[in-house]
Write a protein that binds this ligand. Structure first.
Ligand SMILES: N[C@@H](CCC(=O)N[C@@H](CS)C(=O)NCC(=O)O)C(=O)O
Length: 228
């Protein structure tokens, strides 16, 4: 059985967008796994993988860290129901993941950071304050978030335009069926949903309809996850 090390917040909330990529990849392939929750200050749990971040998976003798490497491992070890059908699908998935990492997450983090901090386990809050405080230049995350939202929600919606253009014409980023580009973007939305009650999208946004489809996928694994 595969073990997935997954970031945990208060009340067993599991927000990590990268862990969601791994979970969707496992579901896509119809693979079962066992979750091992890891708080921000429990890095000793993943020391065996020489990793400071999750996801990490333990799959028999194989230890794999990093969501992208995990997707590649799963396709190699379990060729059925490929995540990447061909070189074009692989390139598109890489592009979409890179776009989510560098544009979508970057636009999202400032507008949810205060809510996220409130849901970090108290034992992990000093670590979060110190590490994210350095990144943002302040530890007053509530004030930072309030200021960021003044322009940040509109900016976040604008960042989604490339996805919106595709989703006007087709059900998923990958076509009629979801694939890794969808999982990468859905990970970002699950991060937000689990960390913050902020309503990110307008009702009539095609991205909103897509997000609903993504929440329903695989027996509603995303929808059933504890939200903010
Ligand atoms: N490139 C990595 C990024 C993983 C990552 O940043 N994970 C975050 C959770 S979303 C983490 O483990 N952070 C631990 C920390 O900040 O100490 C991947 O794709 O797996």
């Amino acid at each position: 059985m595969i073990t997935l090390y997954d970031l945990v917040l208060q009340d067993d909330r599991r927000p990590s967008p990268f862990c969601w990529r791994a979970k969707f990849a496992l579901k896509h392939k119809g693979l079962d796994w066992r979750d091992e929750p890891m708080g921000f200050t429990e890095k000793q749990k993943i020391a065996f993988a020489q990793s400071q971040t999750v996801p990490v998976i333990h799959d028999g003798p194989m230890v794999v860290k990093d969501s992208w490497a995990i997707a590649g491992h799963l396709d190699q070890a379990y060729p059925d129901k490929p995540l990447f059908k061909d070189a074009t699908a692989l390139a598109y998935a890489r592009f979409a993941s890179g776009w989510v990492d560098t544009a979508v997450h970057v636009a999202l983090f400032p507008i949810i950071v205060g809510d996220l901090y409130d849901r970090v386990r108290p034992v992990d809050q000093p670590y979060f304050r110190e590490s994210r405080g350095k990144r943002l230049g302040t530890t007053d995350f509530a004030a930072f978030q309030a200021k960021a939202r003044e322009k940040g929600v509109a900016a976040f919606r604008a960042v989604l335009e490339p996805a919106r253009r595709i989703l006007r014409d087709q059900k998923f980023l990958a076509g009629e069926e979801p694939a890794y580009p969808d999982y990468a973007l859905a990970g970002g939305f699950l991060w937000a949903r689990i960390a913050s009650p902020l309503e990110l999208l307008e009702q009539d946004d095609p991205v909103n309809a897509w997000r609903e489809r993504m929440l329903d996928l695989f027996d509603g694994v995303g929808r059933k996850a504890k939200a903010a």
